[in-house]
Design a protein around this ligand. Structure first.
Ligand code: FES
Length: 109
């Protein structure tokens, strides 16, 4: 069953606006824009480059490898038709940033 997992202390995310965090050994790209956090799968749909290394402009992150662009709010890829990357819920719990990932499919474990 999926549950909230600690991404780090809130103080770790006070400076900067993009990070790679590990949740259940899975890489997650974490972004902050206007004091809201957004988490997406840290792998470009094109060739898997880490989106946490992308160029961010407001709600958009651009993969630096070939320029595919994603909306960090819903994971929509704006560079291809009808494709979304995974997005994950983020919450602040006290002084901790937490992320909830879906359970892995049994074949992925
Ligand atoms: S790997 Fe991201 S655009 Fe090619």
């Amino acid at each position: 069953m999926s549950k909230w997992e600690k991404a780090g202390k809130l103080s770790e995310f006070e400076t900067g606006y993009k990070w790679q965090v590990e949740i259940q050994n899975r890489p997650v790209a974490l972004f902050r824009f206007e004091n809201n956090f957004y988490a997406i799968r840290n792998s470009c749909l094109h060739q898997g480059f880490p989106l946490s290394e992308g160029n961010v402009n407001k709600y958009m992150v651009e993969c630096p490898l070939h320029g595919w662009v994603y909306d960090i709010r819903d994971g929509k890829c704006l560079s291809t038709v009808n494709r979304f990357t995974d997005t994950y819920d983020v919450r602040i719990n006290g002084d901790t940033v937490e992320i909830k990932l879906p359970d892995l499919h049994p074949a992925e474990k």
